[in-house]
Design a protein around this ligand. Structure first.
Ligand code: ADP
Length: 319
């Protein structure tokens, strides 16, 4: 019998639990013995490696987060700790890993493979959807749905009280969540780190709209823009003349019941990951693009900046 393990590394996303559930079920179907590594690379180093069965994944499909924990690990950056991790995997006779994580996690795996030959398949998992080489990362759809529900709710109160709401989404370097949420919620203003903006250019139009009866504004801004969300709210009060409030969605965006799409993508990503490891892919990331699922090398995925869809960016320039 061959052993295979799964771990989550870096930021958690909703969709990891459906992936873990399918990992166990599909591994057993393929006559493999599935293992969990708890708490990411920290768990590899501390030997938190445990055999898993159907009973461990019962009922987790509907839960956000990850049953096996996730972590960042400074120690895994150092070769001596990766040697400890390899020794721990050896004691369980494991030489294949499925890793749910982002860029940084894949970089770590690449080093681990080069030094110790542990085969891996990475499953892109981040709500920012900013991993190069894949159009979709696990967790994005659930995060977008949570933002959608939040903005819809805020719109109700904004309209009742004649207010401007500045809604801040996650995304330190990447405006994907803000851009898509703004477009799909009908926001009046969207600010993201990738695009220069000049608030003054909106003043005349926004004031005219108030004169013509507009009762509220929704601005969706990414946490990575050059100004604080409160400064944008102050601008609404001082320059547009409308009372305003800030709403920072924060970690709400990471949790929650996984959407149908994330459950389905978890199923597909993990199926490909296990099939790839059983086939000829020893170190790859399973990506989803217009051509379907493709195994890509670490070099294609890591260390390159992913561009936002230029077609969607034209939407911003017309605001
Ligand atoms: P993400 O995978 O979401 O991009 P991080 O960038 O925080 O998250 O990376 C997750 C973990 O991957 C780090 O805490 C570290 O243990 C490991 N890692 C990142 N870069 C490297 C590297 N160059 N070498 C070894 N391990 C790394």
């Amino acid at each position: 019998m061959t052993n295979i393990a799964i771990l989550c590394s870096g930021g958690d996303v909703s969709g990891m639990n459906p992936a873990i559930k399918h990992f166990v079920e599909y591994a057993l179907q393929k006559k493999l013995i599935p293992y969990f590594v708890y708490d990411g690379y920290e768990g590899l180093i501390d030997n938190k490696i445990v055999k898993a069965g159907y009973e461990d994944v019962a009922g987790i499909m509907i839960r956000g987060g990850t049953k096996i924990g996730s972590a960042r690990s400074k120690r895994f950056m150092q070769p001596e700790y990766r040697t400890v991790a390899k020794q721990n995997l050896d004691t369980h006779n494991i030489d294949m890993l499925v890793v749910l994580g982002g860029d940084g996690s894949f970089r770590g795996l690449h080093a681990f493979y080069k030094e110790h030959g542990i085969k891996f398949c990475g499953v892109p998992s981040t709500i920012d959807n900013d991993i190069n080489g894949t159009d979709y990362c696990l967790g994005v759809d659930t995060a977008l749905n949570i933002i959608k529900v939040s903005i819809d709710a805020i719109r109700d109160t904004a309209a009742s009280f004649r207010r401007a709401f500045v809604i801040e989404t996650m995304g330190r370097d990447c405006g994907y969540l803000a851009l898509i949420s703004s477009l799909t919620s009908g926001a009046e203003l969207c600010l993201i780190p990738e695009v220069e903006y000049d608030l003054a250019s909106h003043e005349e139009e926004f004031k005219k709209q108030i004169k013509n009866g507009r009762r509220y504004f929704i601005a969706v801004v990414s946490e990575g823009i050059k100004q604080d969300s409160q400064e944008i709210a102050d601008w609404f009060e001082q320059k547009i003349g409308i009372e305003s409030r800030v709403s920072i969605l924060g970690h709400l965006q990471r949790g929650g019941n996984p959407s149908t799409y994330d459950r389905l993508m978890a199923y597909k990503f993990v199926t490909y990951a296990i099939d790839g490891l059983l086939g000829s892919y020893e170190e790859s990331v399973i990506c989803y693009t217009k051509s379907g699922f493709e195994f890509k090398s670490i070099d294609e995925v890591v260390g390159k900046h992913k561009q936002l869809d230029s077609g969607l960016l034209t939407y911003l320039s017309k605001m």
